[in-house]
Design a protein around this ligand. Structure first.
Ligand SMILES: [Zn+2]
Length: 61
């Protein structure tokens, strides 16, 4: 497992997209990129691919 601290690359990628941040492990990624979408419940959940913690948990529309 490789952890890269590359703020320059993140900045170049732009912060205009919705970016989610995992408070548990610090994983950061665009909302539609890399997060695990848990469809197993009524709620919309996005899980962190790094630590598996729930980052987004809200009712489906
Ligand atoms: Zn995490």
């Amino acid at each position: 497992m490789t952890l890269e601290a590359s703020p320059a690359r993140a900045a170049a990628d732009g912060r205009t997209k919705r970016t989610l941040f995992c408070p548990t492990c610090g994983h950061e990624s665009a909302m539609d990129d890399g997060w695990i979408d848990d469809d197993g419940t009524e709620r919309r959940r996005l899980l962190c691919p790094g630590c598996g913690d729930t980052v987004v948990d809200r009712p489906r529309p």
